[in-house]
Design a binder for this molecule. Structure first.
Ligand code: HGY
Ligand code: MN
Ligand code: MN
Length: 404
């Protein structure tokens, strides 16, 4: 818990926690975790995209590696636990193995991924995509709000953008991936359970929708002659909310909006907004996107503005692996808690790691379901439970797990 507090103080901003991909704050956070990993008997390396990887060797003859971990980057004005909790729980398990001088019949690698949230370049999962071998090199030319290209950000952080493919893991070297993460929802708290097992992770689409109208003088252009980009965007945003409310299991969010030129006495000529659409069922998500696209173009036509619809990133819904789920069930029962399965509406690096290997996730109870917010909170006892469950999960691999 002290480590989570310490990491939460490492931010790009003085009064709140914001730690984007390939920033000095992320570098300090990864170096801090690297120190703890070394003290736990792990070899430490940074890969070219900036992921931190701590490796705890297996017993003599071990050929495979079990991957653990989560991400160290954050959203803007973030909570302490979204990401770091998974890194710190995995680290705590390795510390215990190291303290008992235990070696398992497989190696363990704990990842602190460099970019799960996608705050800087709007493409989530840059770190895990490199490890899974699914990094899209066209991303390298993306520029951030300061005009810095992704390739340059990688170089400035100490990596070589031309060498990213060398950091991809081979599926047959890896046993699986297990991520511990704060639930970010209210379910476990409502059930009064410390941990839960994730069954599936919702697919998500991230888009940028741009509205081009006509800027003009707020005092002289009559209402009927306006092509107000912000009013068009506002009407669309409310239609997004309405459509999502009408479709079970769908969530849709406009989280970012920019109106130009951004003067109080100028009719906005251009608006850019983000659109985040998610559903456990990919077909229903795609149908919703179709409907939202049609709505946007109807509104634009009626208001004589031009709309541009740009998908920035999409990830399909992912099922967690039954044999890993079963291992987590046994671990939870061994530690003495009831087993509860639940889906994840939030995306996680496990979504991308599922392209490399079998994945599982263990959720930790989240106070009032609050996340992506400084009030994000977990209880000490629940973190202790998560460490005990992950420790038992590791042990079950070593004893009667599937082929080692
Ligand atoms: O947006 C998400 O679902 C995750 O927190 N990146
Ligand atoms: Mn997260
Ligand atoms: Mn998050």
């Amino acid at each position: 818990m002290e480590r989570a507090d310490g990491l939460a103080a490492i931010s790009e901003e003085p009064a709140r926690l914001t730690r984007r991909f390939a920033t000095a704050a992320l570098k300090l956070a990864t170096n801090t975790v690297a120190g703890w990993m070394r003290a736990a008997g792990m070899q430490v390396r940074h890969d070219n995209v900036g992921n931190l990887v701590g490796r705890y060797e297996g017993a003599h003859g071990a050929t495979k590696t079990l991957l653990l971990g989560s991400h160290l980057d954050s959203v803007r004005d973030a909570g302490k636990y979204d990401g770091p909790l998974g890194v710190l729980v995995a680290l705590a398990c390795v510390e215990r193995l190291n303290a008992r001088e235990l070696r398992l019949p497989f190696a363990i690698e704990v990842f602190a991924f460099a970019d799960e949230e996608g705050l800087r370049y709007h493409t989530a999962y840059l770190g895990s995509n490199v490890v899974a071998g699914s990094f899209d090199p066209t991303y390298l030319s993306l520029v951030d709000a300061d005009g810095i290209a992704l390739a340059d950000a990688i170089r400035a952080f100490g990596g070589d953008p031309a060498a990213l493919t060398q950091d991809a893991r081979r599926p047959d070297d890896v046993l699986g991936y297990c991520e511990v993460h704060i639930e970010q929802g209210p379910v476990l708290e409502a059930l009064d359970l410390p941990v839960g097992i994730v069954t599936a992770i919702a697919g998500q689409s991230r888009l940028e929708v741009t509205w081009q109208g006509q800027a003009g003088h707020a005092g002289t252009v009559p209402m009927h002659l306006r092509r107000d980009a912000l009013c068009a965007a506002a009407e669309f945003m409310l239609s997004v909310e309405q459509l999502a409310e009408e479709r079970a299991g769908l969530v849709a969010t406009v989280g970012q909006i920019a109106a130009e030129p951004g003067a109080s006495n100028v009719i906005p000529g251009r608006v850019t907004l983000s659109l985040d659409v998610r559903h456990q069922d990919d077909a229903l998500r795609e149908q919703a996107l179709e409907a939202l696209h049609d709505q946007a173009f109807k509104i634009a036509t009626r208001r004589h503005v031009v709309v541009q619809w740009q998908t920035v990133q999409e990830s399909r819904s992912v099922l967690c692996s039954p044999w890993l789920i079963e291992q987590l069930e046994r671990a939870i029962e061994h530690v003495g808690y009831a087993v509860h399965h639940l889906p994840s509406g939030a995306g996680h690096d496990a979504v991308v790691m599922a392209g490399l290997t079998d994945v599982a996730m263990l959720f930790v109870r989240c106070k009032a379901g609050v996340s992506h917010h400084p009030a994000e909170s977990v209880m000490l006892e629940d973190v202790a439970a998560a460490i005990a469950v992950l420790e038992s999960f590791l042990a079950s691999f070593a004893s009667d797990g599937p082929t080692l």
